[in-house]
Design a protein. Structure first.
Length: 316
């Protein structure tokens, strides 16, 4: 039978893991496949690791990897993909916002439907603040226009992939990872499954508005250099505007004898030009910082312990 690896990045999810395990195992029993659940403890401060260990004692199909500290969800997904042994690999959240009931249809799509990947997207954002939903929609519109990565609006990390797609994803060894973009960039034939947004079964979301805002910038910089071009264009426009203004005031003074406005005008111009320069320097600095982190070649994550207590870290 086929082996399905289910990668579950977790950060402070001790309340949700038991419900997730019960739900997933119930679905898997109906699918006539072998499976393994890989719980990635991303430096949790609660009893996430202890809960994973307890499940491991009860069911050897449960595996766990515990990081030495919190490295982020991207590192957790990468560690899970690298550890997965399955012919097919699924990535899911432990809070049951990714409905396990979709797994049979997703498995059918990749086994007999001619697809390499079955991915999911939300059809609405029920339960989210309106401001957060607005910025999320704008992010998808912007990144699809300025990058080669095809990211569907409302796309979730919840997906089921064939081994060849997983291997392709693992070939991208960059330190600054944005998985939604990576999944789109590697290509492969993907079938999308839509579902209505589901509330968390327990606990609180770990994604604040600021974290999502920062994450969106990382995604744009990871798959597009357009912001650098925008900075250059803004500089060119300011130069043209300055030349036109200089001509205007020169003609005005020569013909009408009207001197240019003084102190307030100069202050406004200086502040405007200073703001443009700072924006350009800031954008350049963000790209430079990403390059700096890549060249240091630090490990993306460090394993403190796992079910086989192998330890170690991996980047490639």
């Amino acid at each position: 039978m086929d082996l399905i690896s289910i990668v579950v990045p977790c950060y402070n999810e001790e309340e949700t893991i038991p419900a997730f395990y019960k739900e997933v195992t119930g679905v898997m029993k109906k699918m006539n496949v072998e499976f393994e659940i890989i719980i990635i403890d991303d430096g949790s401060k609660d009893k996430t690791l202890e809960t994973a260990k307890q499940l491991r004692k009860q069911d050897k199909r449960v595996r766990y990897i515990s990081f030495s500290r919190n490295f982020g969800k991207e590192a957790g997904m990468l560690a899970g993909l690298q550890a997965a042994k399955g012919d097919y690999v699924a990535v899911m959240d432990a809070d049951l916002q990714d409905p396990p009931s979709l797994l049979p249809e997703m498995y059918e799509a990749v086994t007999s439907g001619g697809y390499d990947c079955a991915a999911t997207r939300r059809t609405n954002r029920k339960g989210e603040p309106p401001v957060r939903s607005f910025f999320a929609r704008m992010f998808y519109k912007i990144i699809n226009k300025i990058s080669d990565a095809n990211i569907v609006d409302g796309a979730r990390d919840f997906r089921l992939m064939k081994r060849r797609m997983v291997d392709a994803v693992l070939q991208l060894g960059e330190y600054n990872r944005f998985s939604k973009g990576i999944f789109g960039w590697v290509g492969f034939k993907t079938k999308w499954f839509e579902y209505v947004n589901v509330e968390r079964v327990a606990g609180q979301t770990k994604w604040s508005f600021w974290k999502l805002f920062k994450y969106s910038f990382e995604g744009i910089m990871a798959f597009s250099t357009t912001p650098l071009y925008i900075s250059s264009v803004m500089g060119f426009i300011v130069c043209i505007a300055a030349f036109i203004m200089a001509c205007f005031y020169a003609i005005k003074a020569l013909i009408f004898g009207d001197p240019a406005a003084g102190f307030p005008t100069m202050v406004c111009i200086m502040l405007f030009l200073g703001g443009i320069q700072l924006i350009g320097i800031g954008v350049l600095g963000m790209y430079l910082s990403k390059t700096y982190l890549e060249t240091k070649r630090r490990p993306i994550y460090i394993i403190r312990e796992s079910e086989d207590d192998s330890g170690g870290n991996d980047r490639d």
